[in-house]
Design a protein around this ligand. Structure first.
Ligand code: MMA
Ligand code: CA
Length: 304
């Protein structure tokens, strides 16, 4: 009897392992026919910025490679009946019929030379699953894809994403994505990777993160390149502004609470989000809607 049970359990675990979905970031969906992960972005962007967002997520703007890809997109599309009729995908190099009026100029981009977006055509997939070419100069939803074999997982840091580095003096891994986001977007991005916006818990960690900010490549789209979003903000509902970490501790309790000179200044009475100054790694308050670089952190814990 107990042997039978053991066998049953063994078979059960084999079957579930085979059928169970692979996992990537919490915001990506697995498709076992294509063995790839997908995310439909309903917040819109032009195809150039869409590709950057996908890249920051360890993926690429999906180039439709099979009917399964189209079917996957179709399924995701259906959940949003109010969405645009087109979703950006990457150009597959083939010619497609235009779904919109042709601009009068020649659309074949001369290679190498810069051609503005409004003079280019980009590929989109319609609700009906057709690939069409339309002017690139528009923000639309878009779809990112990454093959399971290429989806970045950092084992040492136990996190889904590229370029996480284990710190030397602190028991954490850090990543500075090469994209600028609002505080809320940055918060969501770190969380989807299985990490969180950086929280400084000691002077040693401050020193480590300061060094990291100063060796990171410049983030072009950032409103100011010398601030990075971090894991603390003020509760706007409070009469008095009290800055707390994303784990709801005061900065003092967290272990690092040194503001930069004259900060927090609540400039324009609208600075409720936390950043770190690149120069000295000290704290500053900013407008939550400003796009800055940001730092994700993942503590090293004993893995099960
Ligand atoms: C200044 C300073 C900061 C403020 C930012 C917002 C460049 O620094 O007033 O306190 O947060 O502007 O851009
Ligand atoms: Ca400020």
């Amino acid at each position: 009897m107990s042997r039978l049970l053991t066998l049953a359990f063994y078979l059960f675990s084999v079957v579930t392992t085979v059928l169970s979905n692979k996992v990537y970031r919490t915001d990506y969906e697995y498709n076992r026919y294509t063995d790839a992960f997908y995310k439909l972005h309903i917040e819109t962007a032009n195809p150039v910025n869409a590709a950057k967002v996908c890249q920051a997520e360890g993926a690429v703007l999906m180039m439709p490679a099979s009917q399964q890809d189209i079917a996957q997109l179709h399924g995701m599309f259906k959940k949003y009946p109010d969405l645009d009729n087109f979703v950006w995908v990457a150009n597959d190099g083939q010619t497609h019929e235009s779904a919109e009026e042709q601009p009068l100029i020649n659309l074949q981009p001369p290679t190498e030379e810069y051609v503005p977006l409004w003079q280019r055509e980009c590929d989109a997939v319609t609700r009906e699953g057709e690939i069409v070419s339309i002017t690139c100069f528009k923000d639309r939803p878009f779809i990112c894809k990454v093959d399971a074999a290429k989806a970045p997982y950092n084992k040492e840091c136990n996190v889904y994403g590229n370029d996480f580095q284990r710190a030397r003096t602190v028991n954490s891994c850090y990543q500075i994505p090469t994209i600028a986001y609002t505080w809320n977007q940055a918060y969501a991005e770190c969380a989807a990777e299985g990490a969180h916006l950086v929280v400084l818990n000691s002077q040693a960690e401050h020193d480590e993160v300061q060094r990291l900010m100063n060796s990171a490549p410049r983030i072009q789209e950032a409103r100011e390149t010398w601030f990075f979003h971090a894991g603390f903000r003020a509760q706007t509902t409070d009469q008095q502004r009290v800055f707390k970490t994303i784990f709801n501790e005061t900065l003092e309790d967290a272990g690092y609470s040194t503001w930069a000179d004259n900060e927090p200044n609540n400039a324009l009475q609208n600075e409720n989000c936390g950043t770190l100054f690149k120069n000295d790694g000290k704290l500053n308050d900013v407008d939550c809607s400003y796009r800055y670089g940001f730092i994700c952190e993942k503590e090293i814990t004993a893995q099960t």
